[in-house]
Design a protein around this ligand. Sequence first.
Ligand code: NAD
Length: 774
Amino acid sequence: MYDINKAAVIGAGTMGLGIAGQLANAGVEVTLLDIPASGDNRNAIAERALERLLDENQPGLLHRDFVKRIRIGNIEDDMALLADVDWIAEAIVERLDLKKALYRQIDAVRKPGSIVSSNTSTIPISLLVEGMPESFQAEFAITHFFNPVRYMRLLELVRGTHTRQQVIAALEAFCDRRLGKGIVVCNDTPGFLGNRVGVFAIQTALHAALQMGLSPEEADSIFGRPMGIPKTGVFGLYDLIGIDLMSDVAKSLESILPPEDAFHAVAAELPVMQRMIAEGYIGNKGTRGGFYRAANVANGIGRKTLDFDTFSYRDHDATRPQAAVDAELAGDFTLLLQGDDRYAAYAWRVLSETLCYAAELVPDVNESLVAVDDAMKLGYNWIQGPHEMLDAIGVDNLIARLEQDGRPVPEFIRTAAGQSFYRVHAGRLQYLLADGSYEDLERAEGILRFSEQRRTLKAIEENEAASYFDIGNAVGLIEFHSKANALGPMSMQLIESAVAHASEHMQALLIHNDAQHFSCGADLTSILGFVASGDMQGLDAFLKHYQQTLMQMRYAPIPVVAAPSGLSMGGGFEVLLHTDKVIYHANSVTGLVESLVGVVPGGGGVKEMLYRWAEKEGDVAKGAWKAFMNIGYGKTARSPLEAEPLAMFRDGVDSYIMNRDRLLATATDAALAMAPDYTVSRHGTLRMPGRDTWAEMQDWLAEAHAKGLLTPHDVTTGTQIGMIVTGGDIDAGTELTENDLFDLERKAFLALGRTTETRQRIEFMLEHGTPLRN
Ligand code: NAD
């Protein structure tokens, strides 16, 4: 009944533009209206917004051309455009009077059976629709997106008293499948779930840090990656959002939450923030900085920290408490709670208060703890939801500590005493209800999170870097789980034995994980170990194993399908290059970026790209140039659509989907469909362009260096890439096999590994996370 094919967005600010962009990404024609501008060009506001959508630094689009799907206008001249639209999403400023006036305008032109929704963060639906006709109320909902819309997975969907169930169902289906969002249906309560818990958590972390005398660096080193939350931490997050905006958000939440809510204890704007706002220290968007400020330090990058006493910037202190280092390395936040120093006290205070607050929301604010956990994972990028964290601490442990502190124990936590919030029972994952019973965790058809599924499975084989599972239907699955999913010898060992096992016992093999990033690449620390100690034999053996493992995977007698999301870089992308099919998440980032650390792709990356380019160009020499340029520059693609012209995405073979929660089911179906008629397709030999083309590439490098475009070590690295893609000092037309190309990759890698500059590049990358231009 409610079919969404055409959409309109009103308000071309941060959120409206993001929503319009994501609709365009989904292939939907969208109309974007804002208020008329005062000058000649009445559409100037929406027009400027579209320019922001094309900003290279904040890519809201999967492909630049999709901007053509957005038609702009203004709410005085172009309201008629709304007449044939199926969904009108309002994202104007957070003012009830303006929103209500707009709804009356919308209702006068919209067609019956169209849906209207608001992106409001704080206004209850009952107030938004007050006085509107019943027909409008029946087709109205809140669709609360998060910023940036393309990347944040959460969509909170709120139903009003009069909203038709079919409207909610239509929005749910459309926003899940087409826009790729993880839907959490919320009740109409202040801040819904994500901001309710998220803003409480960061206000608590901020207040506690200042009261306990922790510096921003100290607080962020704990309330960040070690806790399984984004590395911006708390002070970094304030800078990112804007100190002024955060202060407004806290104030507005304070004004709508009931007086007994625990939020009020941490809602107050602290004196230091008042002074920061008054003096213009509003965070990254301002010119003065915030708690941190980007600064030129030795080697060109870094930041300084605001000193609260002098209100000037001092050197950044990168020392991290040992517990934070250990917790991050082990992926176990509970290590932060051990010990009796002030860091442990800080971690306990922030965590216990936040987790208790979240647990108190069940059942009154939401009946399901899964909704609360999803909101934090999808809306705030926490690795675990609050109730998963409570389980990790241990409910009884937590109760004992709260009692020791003389603090009240929330009722829902009492209910969980002696058990846990989640459990696996009779092979199914279940969660606790407020009445003390358990219910199966069932997600919508086709939504499957491996982080959940794996809890009900026992690995066939596992080591510290990766695991191999039988996920049913004779489908095997390899999961990486090392830090940042960096791939080292252990990862290859696991792939090797999984491929051997799957070749015998499975119909198909998947490579997938539910981490933020599929894989950031080969483990640089291992590589640095070889390079720094000059162990070239060891390095050669490592690379050979990497290459041969991926080769075995490529030639396994069963289909191998990968389903990545987030980053698949360097050695991680080389894994994808050796699969039969890749089902990408739409926001996947791919690239062979080895040159940035002064090496070449040494796990078959150059080889595979050469084959692909040779085929795409219909000529090996032309293909060699393409591979040389793209690998040399370390080109990356920020979507499968950007990856296609770079030969990283195979048209007609690979595909992409919008919702990463659907990757696993989609990849499983694809692999099973391929299995019955699967035949291995082998690469033939390549007739290499040889020494003359290599010489031309070296001339090109010399010229680019002379123009100041390349550093000396870029030239050295580029020369080695050229050697591989041409075959090096050989006659044109010499035929090389895949294994010959593997040998050339290792030869180039070792030659570069012997240079001081490569060692310096790797060290710099490991220390700073950015490339050294030497
Ligand atoms: P914004 O200030 O960036 O943009 C608002 C836009 O609405 C402006 O372009 C303004 O010109 C336009 N506008 C104002 N009145 C209008 C009217 N009557 N008709 C048409 N356009 C009008 O605001 P934003 O951050 O995009 O927020 C929009 C909505 O989304 C608000 O309700 C806000 O609470 C909510 N929200 C914001 C965020 C966020 O992170 N910024 C997140 C979730 C929800």
